[in-house]
Write a protein that binds this ligand. Structure first.
Ligand SMILES: *[C@@H]1O[C@H](CO)[C@@H](O)[C@H](O)[C@H]1NC(C)=O
Length: 491
């Protein structure tokens, strides 16, 4: 009897401790910060309402030697290059975040829309500057990476690269079409003229992507590889672009396109690595929305594919194949692993919404997975990022009591132009890369590459695999955080 009481007490104590350890993070704070991060990545002329005050204007003559205006857009990560493929993907994911979860963003919705617009404005310029060309990059990354410079001081060549009928890039062009189409949905009610312009341009860019087929890394390999090489090819982006155009336009011709080209989306070899490169599983999830919410029966196949994906993530299910760290983090690879975690969390939540709207569920052999199971799985990943992990480290900069101090980011690690107006030249900046001091400018809201397969993290500025932020790590996180911030029952 005594033993039983003791066991009961210990069990209670255990439950209380677990509850204390897993009390939810402040999602509303994390949401606000995840969006603020994008202001730190802005290129071009900063607006009057810029809140990240340690930044200044930069790249003000981007494109001008080529008689085009390519001012604006986002730096992808910790350097000063404007890479078109990840920028377009970032814009698509920010827009998808608003499309699915914007109604849960409360006071942050306008900031989120401003982040979408900053990307979309640039993509519009890149797509319309010259007929029959899409500008896909500003700056040679090899030259940029030889310097450790603030964007405001940048004096490396701002070469401009583009894809054309002769040197096609269906990958980057179809992703740009996806971004413009998704953004057009975001602004459909609040700015119909802008929305219409985004959609028209998306349709044109998609035609260009489809008509002139090829991977952009075939002609531009020396400046896009290995950084943002099109490893997965361009079929995934074509179908993804068509799916977004179908969402945005409801034009039947995109559904016909999906039906006649969908077979290229084979499920067998999909390793479910949703990222700036590989859109296969995200397209399946997006198309299954058409089946679950709009009852388009011809899309049922995509629910089957999406269910297989879900089963691959659920431990104990018959087709489980994901890898998790001992601390429970989804693990796909050593370089910027958290990009896969945020994109997966987003897909889980989007799919839970589509399933939930239809009373749907997923059967993984004898295991039934419900919408709320998907939410729990996503919550575990988001909470891990926000500090509930063995290292007790928040991987969002500026969030919680402990977060990385040595972020691999030029602007954040060098003194602000406002504190130190004198120029810091290309080579002089490296002392700040190698310094042991914390970054002087906190890049609030940045989610960085994250820990290794054993939950270990070295807070080392030169370890870019772990300590570099990227716009495409944050963009899906915006949607996931909006979900948790705006769904009170889960708090
Ligand atoms: C639908 O899309 C096709 C292909 O882009 C286009 O030719 C057609 O004009 C569109 N129809 C409408 C009603 O917008």
């Amino acid at each position: 009897m005594k033993l039983k009481i003791l066991t009961l007490c210990l069990t209670l104590l255990f439950i209380l401790q677990v509850n204390a350890a897993y009390s939810s993070p402040n999602y509303a704070d994390a949401l606000a910060k995840s969006i603020l991060f994008f202001e730190g990545q802005r290129s071009g002329k900063l607006p009057g309402d810029q809140r990240v005050s340690w930044r200044g204007d930069s790249g003000l003559s981007d494109g001008s030697p080529y008689q085009v205006d390519l001012v604006g857009g986002y730096y992808d990560a910790g350097d000063n290059v404007k890479f078109g493929l990840p920028m377009a993907f970032t814009t698509t994911m920010l827009a998808w975040s608003v499309v699915e979860f914007g109604n849960l963003m409360q006071g942050e919705i306008e900031h989120a829309k401003a982040a979408v617009r900053w990307g979309a404005d640039y993509l519009l310029k890149a797509a319309t500057a010259t007929p029959d060309a899409l500008y896909i990059q500003v700056a040679d990354p090899n030259q940029d990476h030889r310097c450790w410079e603030r964007p405001e001081d940048m004096d490396t060549p701002r070469n401009v690269y583009r894809v054309t009928a002769q040197n096609p890039g269906s990958d980057v062009a179809a992703e740009t079409a996806a971004a413009l189409a998704a953004a057009s949905i975001v602004f459909r009610d609040s700015d119909p003229a802008y929305s219409a312009k985004l959609l028209q341009t998306a349709m044109r860019v998609f035609d260009f992507a489809d008509k002139y087929r090829g991977a952009y890394s075939d002609s531009l390999s020396s400046v896009v590889c290995p950084f943002y090489c099109s490893y997965s090819g361009y079929h995934d982006e074509l179908l993804w672009g068509a799916s977004w155009l179908h969402q945005a336009s409801e034009n039947i011709s995109y559904m016909s396109y999906i039906q006649s080209n969908g077979h290229t989306l084979g499920a067998e070899d999909d390793d479910y690595s949703f990222s700036w490169d590989d859109k296969r599983i995200a397209t399946k999830v997006l198309l299954s929305k058409g089946f679950l919410q709009n009852r388009i029966d011809s899309l049922q196949l995509y629910k089957v594919h999406s269910d297989n994906y879900i089963c691959s993530l659920v431990p104990g299910s018959n087709s489980f194949q994901a890898q998790y760290t001992p601390g429970g983090l989804l693990y796909k690879g050593s370089e910027s692993n958290l990009q896969y975690v945020t994109s997966t969390a987003f897909l889980l939540l989007a799919y839970s919404k589509y399933l939930g709207s239809n009373g749907g569920y997923v059967s993984c052999g004898s295991t039934t997975v419900t919408a709320s199971n998907l939410i729990s799985l996503a919550k575990k990943q988001v909470d891990y990022i926000l500090g509930q992990n063995p290292a007790q480290m928040s991987y969002m900069v500026g969030f919680g009591p402990r977060y990385p101090q040595h972020v691999h980011h030029r602007g954040s690690s060098l003194p602000s132009v406002h504190d130190h107006p004198g120029r810091i030249s290309c080579g002089d900046g490296f002392q700040f890369l190698y310094s042991g001091s914390p970054n002087p400018n906190v890049l609030v809201g940045a989610v960085i590459g994250g820990p290794d397969s054993g939950d270990r993290f070295a807070d080392d500025r030169n370890n870019y695999q772990q300590s570099e932020p990227a716009t495409y790590i944050n963009a899906p996180m915006v949607g996931a955080l909006a979900f948790f911030a705006g769904t009170p029952v889960l708090r």
